[in-house]
Design a protein around this ligand. Structure first.
Ligand SMILES: Nc1ncnc2c1ncn2[C@@H]1O[C@H](COP(=O)(O)OP(=O)(O)OP(=O)(O)O)[C@@H](O)[C@H]1O
Ligand SMILES: [Mg+2]
Length: 358
């Protein structure tokens, strides 16, 4: 915890205890966490203090603490008070990667949770497998896709993991253009994307037939798609069908989809494809209704997120995890990938997959 944060937390803890004492609902603040966007204080209420009383005092607490909003939640250890960090911390990808001692295979680093710990997504796990990223313009979807791609490239060898990067705007994955992990050069054109996805479906069928599991000689293939709705619009029903089959059957064959879109409605994605993304990552959306569409579940408050990398991870069935997406300067990422490429020239011609250009 930085030197400046401690007095601020102590000041807030004193305020909380004073307000509670004034309302005859005493309690003690026992600790807290400082997340990139949220600060949490842990409160241990006196035995006679009722939770409902503390909850009713949320507005008075916020007023006394001079914070714009405050939520009161129960926790196995007591009560948690959460309020916005007045100095939101953006998160840098490289120091965060360095902090995670050992990133397991085929695991992407997403960012830093509001509890202050790095958030990882292991693509090989059944409850991750395929990832759908949703959020309005400026929420940080492309930055998140780039963090996923970058962490996979920096922590896996090209013989274990390949990337297929599709982005109609041609910008998102640009800093990774030299990565030796690319199954094909970056794809911006929808015709090429359609062809690459068909070829990947053939790979899936071959792996299925031979009973090949991902491992040495059978790299996992991660398909990263920015602007999924554009691709579906350009490619029509055949692309939707191919993606649906990849989402339904890909995991066991080591093929994973990570796709971003502003509007993840069933009308755009198709119900079956939509249902086959076990992990949703949702950034700021425009309305409570959009939050429901994006997250595929009831009230998540995604419309109250702040944008610019403020995200919720929604692992199927589990409680949402709020996190700040790790960002990196494009120039720095390009340099890191350049160093990698210099050690290992691209080996596309040696790929044992029918994915290289025919
Ligand atoms: N994690 C982050 N950390 C710092 N800044 C961020 C982060 N994510 C996004 N931003 C800022 O917000 C801008 C928009 O982010 P990004 O391009 O990823 O949004 P998007 O959701 O892809 O939007 P669009 O739908 O228009 O493509 C970035 O250029 C950057 O300035
Ligand atoms: Mg974008």
């Amino acid at each position: 915890m930085s030197q400046q944060v401690r007095p601020y937390l102590e000041y807030q803890a004193d305020r909380v205890e004073a307000v509670l004492a004034a309302h005859r609902a005493p309690g003690r603040v026992t600790g807290g966490t400082v997340g990139p966007r949220l600060i949490r204080l842990f409160l241990n209420p006196a035995p006679a203090t009722r939770f409902a009383t503390i909850k009713r005092l949320a507005d008075d607490l916020a007023l006394a603490m001079r914070v714009p909003a405050l939520t009161v939640d129960r926790d196995p250890n007591g009560v948690v008070l959460s309020f916005p960090n007045p100095r939101p911390k953006l998160v840098d990808l490289f120091p965060l990667l360095a902090e995670v001692d050992h990133v397991p295979a085929a695991t992407a680093l997403l960012g830093l949770t509001d509890g202050g710990v790095p958030l990882l997504a292991r693509l090989s796990a059944p409850d991750v497998a395929h990832v759908l990223i949703a959020g309005t313009t400026g929420s940080g979807k492309s930055v998140l896709l780039r963090a996923i791609a970058a962490s996979l490239v920096l922590c896996n060898s090209p013989s274990a993991l390949r990337l297929l990067c599709i982005d109609p705007k041609g910008r998102t994955f640009q800093p990774l253009a030299a990565a030796p992990h690319l199954a094909r050069p970056l794809i911006a054109n929808s015709q090429e994307a359609v062809e690459a996805l068909h070829s990947l479906l053939r790979t899936l069928q071959i792996r299925d037939r031979r009973g090949e599991l991902p491992g040495e000689g059978t790299p996992r293939v991660i398909v990263l798609i920015d602007e999924l709705a554009d691709l579906l619009m350009a490619g029509g029903a055949p692309v939707a069908e191919t993606l649906t089959r990849l989402a339904q059957r890909g995991r066991e064959a080591g093929i994973h989809l990570v796709a971003a879109t502003q509007h993840p409605s069933a009308a755009i994605l198709g119900g079956v494809m939509r249902a086959n993304f076990p992990l949703r990552l949702v950034g700021r959306v425009a309305s409570a209704q959009d939050a429901q569409v994006a997250s595929g579940r009831g009230s998540t408050d995604a419309h109250l997120l702040h944008g610019r990398g403020d995200f919720l991870a929604l692992p199927g069935g589990d409680a949402p995890i709020r996190f700040q997406v790790a960002n990196s300067r494009e120039k720095d990422l390009r340099a890191r990938v350049g160093e990698l490429a210099a050690q290992r020239p691209p080996q596309r011609a040696m790929l044992a997959l029918p994915m290289s250009r025919q």
